[in-house]
Design a protein. Structure first.
Length: 304
């Protein structure tokens, strides 16, 4: 049984995470695993207080019960775990349970309708063993379905993984895809270091080549996925954040340096997580078929 892990606590941001997880799991046979970490160090010491631990555990169970009552999921599990680091607790459970996705809410500092990763989300977004989705503040108060999925694409292995995950979700949810590549104007406009033409490649040529490549890539996607290519010029970080205004979910690959099969935010994915106007799902490095285990019936054909 594949699982979606949802990190929860007593905050309203937990409601946002639960709402996003429920929408992503809509129509599938996955199990939702609600995880509430309570601040207790289980390392034996003179400061150990079993009575206090029992109180915290019971309080966490009550939180899980209240959240579970709001869900109509057929497959639902609750788990209260002692750990002073919620991110570590969620990561360890994700590894043990071989989870396919982690969902968490935004920081308390984030504006309504915006994603802003707090401490727990940031730690999860730097080392999680599976994709991580972050819900924007106030997401639980919205009632629209995930009808449009945007994916950041530049032809890199990380963006191919993001595209594969986006295709899987689009097929499962019946959503449309927007495959977006942003040509960095700073890079396009860098003068040549040697004598001769002022630019290594003319910007017009780069843009035309990018449009052709993205169009061909979209044409090669499974026929049952409605997808639209889009090529923009500008600074990729704010450009993608602006495009999130027109999507119900944004999928991006992680470009940071570090272990394979771990989420590691690069500059673009990090900025998107901070500024997006819709939920953001970050795919770990070196995973060729992310989310396929969650929706096997809708993943019959992988992108080339």
């Amino acid at each position: 049984m594949t699982k979606i892990i949802v990190g929860v606590d007593e905050s309203d941001h937990s409601k946002d995470a639960v709402a996003l997880a429920a929408r992503l799991a809509h129509g599938s046979d996955v199990e939702l695993l609600l995880v509430c970490a309570y601040p207790y160090d289980t390392t034996p010491s003179r400061a150990a207080n079993t009575g206090y631990k029992r109180y915290l555990h019971e309080d966490a169970i009550a939180v899980l019960d209240r959240i579970a009552e709001t869900l109509a999921a057929d497959r639902l599990e609750r788990r209260a775990v002692p750990d002073v680091s919620p991110a570590r607790a969620i990561q360890e459970i994700a590894v043990r349970e071989r989870a396919s996705l982690i969902v968490i809410g935004s920081s308390r500092r984030g504006g309504i309708g915006r994603v802003l990763a707090g401490t727990t989300a940031e730690r999860l977004l730097h080392g999680a063993p599976c994709p991580v989705a972050v819900a924007p503040a106030g997401y639980a108060a919205t009632d629209h379905a995930i009808a449009t999925i945007a994916v950041g694409y530049d032809g890199s292995p990380e963006s191919e993984a993001a595209l594969a995950g986006a295709v899987t979700l689009a097929r499962s949810l019946g959503a449309r895809l927007r495959v977006i590549e942003v040509l960095d104007v700073m890079w396009m406009g860098t003068p040549a270091l040697m004598a001769g033409p002022g630019y290594v490649t003319q910007p017009e040529g780069l843009e035309e080549r990018a449009r052709r490549h993205v169009s061909e890539r979209v044409a090669g996607l499974p026929g049952d996925v409605a997808a639209q290519p889009q090529v923009l010029t500008g600074n990729p970080e704010p450009a993608l954040a602006e495009q999130s205004e027109h999507a119900d979910l944004f999928v991006v690959g992680s470009r940071g340096y570090g272990p394979h099969r771990a989420v590691l935010l690069g500059s673009v994915s990090g900025r998107l997580v901070r500024d997006a106007a819709c939920p953001v799902l970050v795919v770990p490095r070196s995973i060729e078929a992310p989310l396929e285990a969650l929706f096997p019936a809708s993943s019959q054909t992988q992108p080339a």
